[in-house]
Design a protein around this ligand. Structure first.
Ligand code: NIG
Ligand code: FE
Length: 421
């Protein structure tokens, strides 16, 4: 239980992510490489919070004064980092999209397949027909896989129901899954994922439904923290995205958007909303890149989708060098990124986008927390923050990004609870 005390000892490398840096703003430029590594370290957690971090002697003094009921875990000289914050996932679906997969292998693009009735629309029937309990099971199963890779906080989007009922059912399934998971879940309404078949040629009428029905209902039931829009050719225009954001603002919900995945967009039009995050950015223009580098909005890069679609990768190096606040996430979904593994995403970020292992780890922890506006509680290992940790069976933190397709995460601590895999 979260009330228990937990002492992690024998940590070969503890990546604290530099507690001294402010939580007010995300990490940029050179700050992305500042991990602040403590060797021969220990961490002490009480009631779901971190109470002491540092060398073994220092931490053990705290633990001894806490009395006899301290659970001790031997990290066997391994590496401990803040649990991954996977700030972009779509876990509420029922089936893999294998037809799309084979069609792409034959040479059809994601956009062509979507136009022909595949893509997101091919996942709606399953979600509309499923019960809330069935959807909860799907979400929970994804969360359990994520935690095995070291993830302790997840943003989960609706977006495959595309009716008010089915979107609310998806959000309730997320909330229910959160109740039976030890980690932390943040919910996002993605009613504006694609225009459903029954609204074909009436996209604006569907946007009305999202703004006037779905969004107010989700806000009323407190089912969502954020609202997301897929702003793209074949999905929603910039003007429609602005309308959804205006509605989100009216209801006090945070904003994030899928942008520039396949085509460039005029991102500056969304600046006034101060979205928490812009995600994908594979086709970002130079002008928008420079503007984004000066904004608080986090640039969340999703290399899993580039890999799975054999599409170009976002320009991580240029974004970081220009000063943008970069985060990394899985984009777990059945169409473009069927992976739950943050270490795999970090591997792609290093080999395909030339991020250093240190930059990738920062992007996947504290900057992911910023993308969810949770950085005061999540994303670094320091006194007072939530006890969310990932323990790896490796000697050097760079191995997290080096091995791929083999899970090296041995255990996680989620809100103070130890889960050994
Ligand atoms: O992030 N691009 C839009 N949404 C998802 C794909 C969803 C799907 O194809 O099922 C993405 O890539
Ligand atoms: Fe996505």
């Amino acid at each position: 239980m979260a009330g228990a005390s937990l002492l992690l000892v024998n940590i070969g490398q503890l990546l604290t992510l530099k507690p001294g840096l402010t939580h007010e703003r995300p990490r940029r430029g050179r700050e992305l490489a500042e991990l602040d590594i403590v060797k021969e370290a220990a961490v002490f957690c009480v009631a779901g919070r971190i109470v002491a971090v540092g060398t073994r002697e220092h931490v053990e003094t705290h633990a001894h004064s806490a009395g006899p009921n301290v659970e001790t875990f031997d990290c066997a000289g391994g590496v401990v980092i803040p649990g991954f914050v996977d700030s972009h996932t779509h876990p509420v679906f029922t089936e893999p999209r294998l037809v799309d997969f084979e069609q792409r292998i034959q040479g059809n693009t994601y956009e062509q397949i979507a136009k022909a009735g595949g893509g997101i629309r091919a996942s709606t029937e399953g979600v509309r027909n499923a019960s809330e309990e069935e959807l909860r099971q799907h979400v929970l199963s994804a969360l359990r896989h994520m935690q095995k890779s070291g993830t302790t906080t997840v943003e989960a989007k609706s977006g495959y129901g595309l009716t008010t009922d089915a979107e609310l059912k998806s959000l309730r399934a997320i909330r229910k899954a959160a109740e039976s998971w030890n980690g932390t879940l943040v919910a996002t309404l993605l009613g504006a994922h694609v225009v459903p078949a029954e609204f074909q040629q009436r996209a604006d009428a569907y946007v009305d439904l999202v703004c006037n029905d779905m969004l107010p209902a989700a806000a009323r039931e407190k089912l969502a923290d954020f609202v997301d829009v897929f702003c793209e050719r074949g999905a929603f225009s910039m003007a429609q995205t602005e309308r959804v954001f205006e509605a989100a603002q009216r209801f006090g919900l945070g904003m994030r958007a899928h942008v520039c995945q396949f085509t460039p967009q005029e991102l500056s039009r969304l600046g006034r909303f101060q979205p928490a995050s812009f995600d994908h950015l594979d086709c970002l223009t130079d002008k928008d890149l420079d503007a984004l580098a000066k904004q608080e909005t986090v640039a969340t890069l999703l290399p899993g989708a580039s890999y799975f679609l054999a599409h170009k990768y976002p320009m991580a190096r240029r974004l970081i060098d220009a000063g943008a606040a970069v985060a990394l996430a899985t984009d777990y979904n059945p169409g473009t990124s069927p992976t739950t593994s943050m270490p795999l995403v970090l591997s792609m970020a290093c080999t395909q986008m030339r991020m250093s292992p240190a930059e990738a780890i920062t992007a996947a922890t504290i900057n992911g927390a910023h993308a969810l506006r949770l950085a005061s509680r999540k994303g670094s290992i320091e006194r007072g923050k939530d006890a969310d940790l990932a323990i790896f069976d490796i000697k050097d933190y760079r191995e997290i990004c080096y091995w791929f397709g083999t899970e090296k995460c041995r255990a996680t601590v989620q809100n103070g609870r130890l889960i050994v895999h």
